[in-house]
Design a protein around this ligand. Structure first.
Ligand SMILES: Nc1ncnc2c1ncn2[C@@H]1O[C@H](COP(=O)(O)OP(=O)(O)OP(=O)(O)O)[C@@H](O)[C@H]1O
Length: 259
């Protein structure tokens, strides 16, 4: 399988704390990779490094063979990496459609002045963005919600809007930071189906997730962080049987439930 993302020796320190410590990780095109680990293990910091919010102290990141560490967030987004956040970040007083269209920001080629002056090219881009946003809303199961205020939607549906916003720019790699946080069992099932659909449509996924049963059922491979160090990487079955993982993270009882 083709390697999409290759991370080598990535390290990030905050004061005396090594939040991410020499992490190596390869992500293959078309896979769903789970990233798990206890609270404070460095998972979100790792996403922040991948997306350019943090510059790593050491290490390299290649995306499709091109070095991307040190690039600005918008440059990394333009390479085809998109994300959602742990805490829902929507414009709650705006419509669902407007929220999704925001995901195209920086992608359209018409400049600010063309937009303000309503030039033909800007209008055409606006129409295409709207069309694509409506298509993505249908993919994530929100057809008919485009005119609703984002803040009026259920928690689960707000998460879908966030995912739609991340997908509208047609990313090659989607990073999902705890997409099922606060969801009930039915919503978790629906989220798993949506992630499978996203992969089927051609997007590779890295998923930070605390719900181990979901990770085991959904992911092709799982990587485990503990205190910033990657302690394991393998198939879900290998991970749930790995003694280091059991000790560091989940505890024997919980692990046996999902094996
Ligand atoms: N900007 C920052 N400044 C200082 N410390 C930070 C910063 N960002 C993260 N940290 C610290 O780095 C460590 C890793 O945090 P991170 O949020 O990456 O963990 P996590 O695995 O995502 O945890 P959780 O599962 O709770 O979301 C934590 O100790 C955190 O307090």
């Amino acid at each position: 399988m083709v390697t999409l993302l290759k991370v080598q020796g990535i390290t990030k320190q905050f004061g005396g704390l090594l939040a991410v410590d020499g992490v190596n990780l390869e992500v293959r095109q078309g896979e769903i990779l789970g990233l798990i680990g206890p609270n404070g293990a460095g998972k979100t910091t790792f996403f922040n490094i991948l997306t350019g919010l943090y510059v790593p102290d050491e290490g390299s990141i290649e995306f499709e063979g091109r070095a991307i560490h040190g690039l600005k967030p918008f440059q990394i987004a333009n390479c085809g990496i998109s994300r959602t956040f742990q805490n829902i970040r929507l414009l709650k007083e705006e419509t669902v459609l407007e929220n999704v269209k925001v995901g195209m920001f920086g992608k359209t080629s018409s400049g600010l002045w063309s937009s303000i002056l309503g030039l033909k090219r800007a209008k055409e881009e606006e129409r295409l963005t709207e069309e694509e946003s409506l298509r993505i809303l249908e993919t994530v199961g929100l057809k008919g919600y485009e005119g609703s205020l984002a803040g009026s939607l259920s928690y689960g549906n707000q998460r879908r809007v966030e995912i739609a916003r991340a997908l509208v720019s047609k990313p090659k790699l989607l990073l999902l930071d705890e997409p099922t946080a606060g969801m009930n069992a039915e919503e978790v099932q629906e989220m798993s189906s949506l992630i499978r659909q996203i992969r089927k449509n051609g997007t590779t996924v890295i998923l930070i997730e605390h719900n181990v049963a979901m990770v085991v059922g959904l992911c092709d491979r799982v990587a485990v962080l503990d205190h910033g160090i990657k302690i394991a990487d393998g198939t879900p079955q290998e991970i749930v049987e790995n003694p280091d993982v059991i000790e560091a993270y989940i505890g024997k009882e919980e692990m046996t439930e999902v094996v």
